[in-house]
Design a protein. Sequence first.
Lengths: 112, 112
Amino acid sequence: GAVVSQHPSRVICKSGTSVKIECRSLDFQATTMFWYRQFPKQSLMLMATSNEGSKATYEQGVEKDKFLINHASLTLSTLTVTSAHPEDSSFYICSAGNYEQYFGPGTRLTVT
Amino acid sequence: GESVGLHLPTLSVQEGDNSIINCAYSNSASDYFIWYKQESGKGPQFIIDIRSNMDKRQGQRVTVLLNKTVKHLSLQIAATQPGDSAVYFCAGGGSTLGRLYFGRGTQLTVWP
């Protein structure tokens, strides 16, 4: 089946720094990838749609200047959390797929 | 947007019993639904999907039923096993867009 990877799986950073999370489709190409965040014991919340070669589409209420998305190739999308604060601590998950969505294993971000 | 919710936040069953997890959706335009399983600290794992032109779809030990009249779908797991213990999410959306909206999740606990 289709495999989506994320890197890193866990990251701890200090408040005010930026963190980059990578999402890769390993055995297929994806023109579109999606980024979600998930708080403990809560559901996944769609943040943005990452489009290869064009700007990302953000969901309402998601700050595009804070969550920078780059989809430079058909197998890689990156999410950069800029000037991270403790409230940005969350589980970030990406998905990819040309029809069915396959999810990455997630990245646990902790901002201290 | 889509509003997808689950009737019960928790479900406990005995090993070997059948489990039924329910989900309701609000957007009549939704034409694609997926059930995901998420284990603690991991990304969602695809279980089964169904399109709006179907009422029922079966997989290995799982069946999804869709009732478009009342905007309800359910996931049935036959002969539930301890390894089935996880949080189960339903997600809905328009298949052409690929954007999914997740319900709250149901924590399934299987007792030996």
